[in-house]
Design a protein around this ligand. Structure first.
Ligand code: SF4
Length: 386
């Protein structure tokens, strides 16, 4: 058996040779990173994500895409591992440009290793030989042009964890912002305050996966619960438009007690944070786990609503969860936006307000209306025409 040593210093077998080739290609599609400091002992402290790796010469961080070469931290740049124009409801954002598209791009790699990952082909490309992906060279200008050509008001970094490639994301989103596009992060929320400040000028929409309320479960996935909770609070404080997703995995995070803890945590930050509860479908290393039942999904929504959250949604079961797919007025209960899966079938909002009782509904609704923030601070205007 042939053995080699990869950049992280691990012994590897022939089974990983394809992955090593990919790692070699990606090693060349990099630029000097910005999100790091040099420590007294010469190691580099990366703070692009909550792991805050201390990386020695010729080693990679946990994500395997950022590495120390000659005392410089290198980070991915200039390619996409996946690219599509998706309905924004698929990200999911339900309070931003309903019925419109988000030009969605991703790179390769992740800082976690969730066994039920629904994007594992891109996120685990450098960890799992079965995850076969390729990197296609592209420029920020080309990505912004694609969004404009497809009439997508939002450009989203997604499919893998965008925090670990934030320098590239900022390059793309800065170019897109100059064209009036809105930047979005679809993330696991394992951030640092430094990276949030770094991306803030170019990112308006941020989705976090709140995967569990158990630190033990988070550690099994390669993360830590306190990091994610801290990120959620900081995103809210810094004025990002924040939506939260919890994939309900039977036996993992679907107890009433755990769902109640998550709902109480979110409602305490702001009752206006939309919470998406989505159904698990068997995938990746959890192919034997049952799908989430419709009953569990709708009862989980009721838990969120009982905790005081005004906008709770059921996902991944189109047409099966009744009003939980729709946006309703928290004051008069009128249905405002009707959906079936990723399709908006009707939108009754009147410049961001309920047409029945004129209650303002927080979100990014159009190019010319007041946008109430979740923290109800200074109202912002979205002045650019997407
Ligand atoms: S992005 Fe995160 S996992 Fe990757 S090197 Fe930096 S701190 Fe480590």
């Amino acid at each position: 058996m042939i053995r080699r040593t990869d950049r992280a210093g691990e012994s590897v077998t022939d089974d990983k040779s394809a992955m090593l080739s990919l790692q070699k290609v990606l090693g060349e599609m990099t630029e000097a990173a910005e999100l790091y400091d040099t420590l007294d002992d010469g190691r580099l402290l990366c703070y692009a994500c909550g792991h805050e790796c201390k990386i020695a010469q010729d080693k990679t961080g946990v994500c395997r895409v950022r590495f120390n070469t000659d005392g410089k931290l290198m980070a991915p740049s200039g390619y996409v591992g996946a690219l599509a124009c998706d309905p924004i409801e698929k990200k999911p954002f339900y309070h931003a440009f309903p019925g419109r598209d988000a030009l969605s791009f991703g790179m390769l790699g992740c800082d976690l290793h969730c066994g039920y990952c629904q994007n594992w082909v891109t996120s685990q490309a450098l960890r799992d030989p079965a995850a076969v992906s390729s990197a296609q060279p592209i420029t920020p200008r080309q990505l912004a042009d694609l969004a404009l050509r497809h009439n997508a008001p939002v450009i989203a970094t997604t499919y893998n964890e965008p925090l670990i490639t934030s320098e590239w994301a900022v390059k793309v989103l800065k170019t897109a912002q100059a064209d009036g596009l809105i930047g979005a992060y679809i993330s696991n929320g394992n951030a640092t305050e430094c990276v949030l400040d770094y991306i803030r000028p170019y990112v308006q929409l941020y989705k976090v996966d709140l995967k569990s309320f158990s630190d033990r479960e988070y550690r099994a996935l390669g993360g830590q619960l306190p990091n994610v909770l801290r990120t959620i609070k900081q995103l809210h404080e810094k004025g990002f438009w924040l939506e939260i997703v919890t994939l309900i995995v039977p036996g993992l995070n679907d107890s009433d007690a755990e769902l109640e803890q998550m709902a109480a945590f979110l409602a305490d930050i702001s009752p206006d944070i939309p919470w998406h509860l989505t159904a698990f479908h068997s995938d990746y290393k959890m192919a034997d786990t049952d799908h989430t039942s419709v009953d569990r999904l709708t009862s989980a929504c009721e838990i969120g609503s009982a905790a005081g959250l005004r906008y709770v949604y059921a996902g991944n079961r189109p047409g099966m969860t009744g009003h939980w797919e729709h946006t309703r007025c928290p004051n008069c209960n009128k249905t405002l936006i009707e959906r079936r899966g990723f399709v908006v079938t009707d939108n009754h909002l009147n410049k961001g307000h309920c047409p029945g009782c004129n209650t303002p509904i927080p979100g990014f609704w159009s190019s010319d209306c007041v946008i109430p923030q979740q923290n109800m601070g200074t109202p912002m205007w979205l002045t650019r025409q997407p």
